[in-house]
Design a protein around this ligand. Structure first.
Ligand SMILES: Nc1nc2c(ncn2[C@@H]2O[C@H](COP(=O)(O)OP(=O)(O)OP(=O)(O)O)[C@@H](O)[C@H]2O)c(=O)[nH]1
Ligand SMILES: [Mg+2]
Length: 309
């Protein structure tokens, strides 16, 4: 049986980082396929991950948990047929819930060995009130407090307590029996998504979780989070200081910016990563596409995000 892990968590928490830093190391000898669903039409993570993994399937537009389950299942079937992977990792978009994806994978006869929810310990307060964030925690059995390098001990303890409370309250339940679908969960604290190998060897084995009875849906998703996105293509004549200026005063309703940008005064293209005020750049020499930034937030529809000179 093919096994799989679902990696969920809000926008910018470190899901792709986990795939790059941890998964790669532990599965050197296995045929790994990655399925990635990004919020936004243009794939940043897919482009980055293709550099690391040989088989990456991007399901880009929309969210696989609500609109795209058919496309998701078709894509996974294709990847199995063409590549015959031993293990599949699914990175959900930061705005999706993991549970419908868990069910889709089970429907396809794939064993789901873990649903990992990555949590941004530093920025948790900025996004914890979104219902999606709560259902992501409730729908996972491996909780990962990430970015602990950016917080002090007290914050870490407080966030851990809050996450555990949310887990209790939002734990997915079988609506017929009222019983939790995940009987237990584990919690890890880490930075840059580095996790111990035992996680992937069944320490939090979902096999103990019984298969769902047919026609059973969990109490799920209240669609009160409204996310939108804008993509902006940038001229290659831009200089670093212009880009930096553009990203230094980001309005609060923009949670996440990512993209790949070529600049006049920097030899290699840069991956731009902004989440809740934290901004990083990383060189990406292999990229030769257009320069673009994806802005994700709420109420962006009528907002003029940037002015280009
Ligand atoms: N300081 C610090 N930065 C981190 C850590 N983990 C990830 N990051 C940074 O956080 C940013 C976002 O990381 P990603 O892995 O792209 O996050 P993601 O959850 O895949 O984001 P989306 O797919 O857009 O939702 C990047 O700049 C990472 O380098 C961490 O533990 N500490
Ligand atoms: Mg990602």
């Amino acid at each position: 049986m093919i096994s799989s892990f679902v990696i969920t968590g809000f926008l910018g928490v470190g899901k792709t980082t986990l795939l790059i830093n941890t998964v790669k190391n532990y599965f050197q000898d296995k045929k790994v396929a990655i399925v990635i669903n990004e919020f936004g039409e243009v794939g940043v993570d897919g482009t980055i991950l293709k550099n690391v993994y040989s088989e990456v399937l991007e399901i880009s537009e929309g969210c696989i948990c609500c609109k795209l389950s058919e496309e998701f299942e078709k894509g996974v079937r294709e990847i199995i047929q063409n590549y015959n992977p031993e293990i599949i990792f699914v990175e959900t978009s930061g705005t999706s819930e993991p549970f419908p994806i868990f069910m889709s994978l089970q429907n396809l006869g794939i064993s789901v060995d873990g649903v990992i929810c990555v949590i941004d310990t530093k920025n948790f307060d900025n996004y914890k009130d979104h219902s999606t964030a709560k259902y992501q925690i409730g729908g996972s059995n491996i909780l990962v407090l990430n970015k602990i390098d950016l917080v002090d001990e007290d914050t870490l303890k407080r966030v851990e307590n809050e996450v555990r409370e949310i887990k209790e309250k939002y734990n997915v339940k079988n609506i017929l029996t009222g019983q939790p679908i995940f009987k237990n969960y584990v919690l890890f604290k880490t930075k840059y998504g580095v996790l111990p190998e035992e996680i992937f060897l069944g320490v939090a084995d979902l096999e103990k979780v019984s298969k769902l009875p047919e026609n059973t849906m969990p109490s799920t998703h209240i669609y009160d989070d409204k996310f939108s996105q804008k993509i902006i293509y940038l001229p290659d004549t831009m200089e670093f200081k212009e880009l930096d200026k553009l990203l230094s005063n980001v309005p609060k309703n923009i949670y996440r910016i990512k993209g790949i940008v070529k600049l006049k005064d920097i030899p290699n293209p840069l991956i731009v990563n902004y989440s809740f005020g934290d901004l990083t750049f990383e060189e990406f020499p292999e990229y030769n596409g257009k320069s673009f930034l994806v802005f994700i937030g709420s109420g962006l529809e009528n907002q003029n995000i940037i002015k280009l000179n």
